[in-house]
Design a protein around this ligand. Structure first.
Ligand SMILES: [Fe+2]
Length: 144
């Protein structure tokens, strides 16, 4: 259970960092396709943010305390912080890379939850994997 708790905290911090990056790109993207990019990042950050509270409560349900500070998030997150203002296409490339990373992370944490019989949690993690697969598809299709 300790390993599942730790893996879940890492996935949660990564998800929060992903949410923040998508919102940051929504705010700062520029270029001739601004409306489409602004909306693309907007749809992604809204979907991910909508999962955050349930995610945190799932950590509590398996007996751990949920992280909730920039300090802890920066220690735990596998999604790296972005502080530069990137060109639009570089934003899409970076968020796609992060979304693919989230898909792989959720596959691993899903297995850990299944092994402990935490089926409610594994259902949630499967849904997060699926949501990120969709975000990756949208981002990848935009780059073509
Ligand atoms: Fe907005």
């Amino acid at each position: 259970m300790d390993a599942l708790q730790q893996a879940l905290k890492i996935a949660f911090a990564s998800e929060f960092a992903f949410y923040l990056k998508a919102h940051y790109f929504h705010w700062n993207v520029e270029g001739s396709n601004f409306p489409q990019y602004h909306d693309l990042f907007g749809n992604i950050y809204e979907e991910v943010y909508g999962s955050i509270d349930t995610f945190a409560e799932n950590i509590r349900k398996i007996g751990a305390y949920t992280p909730g500070s920039f300090t802890r998030f920066s220690i735990l997150s596998l999604v790296e912080d972005e502080t530069d203002i990137l060109p639009a296409e570089a934003m899409i490339v970076e968020l796609l890379d992060d979304s693919d990373r989230m898909v792989e992370m959720f596959k691993i944490v899903f297995q850990a939850a299944e092994e402990l019989g935490e089926h409610g949690l594994s259902n949630f993690l499967a849904d997060r994997q699926d949501a990120h697969a969709k975000h990756s598809w949208m981002l990848r299709a935009t780059l073509k």
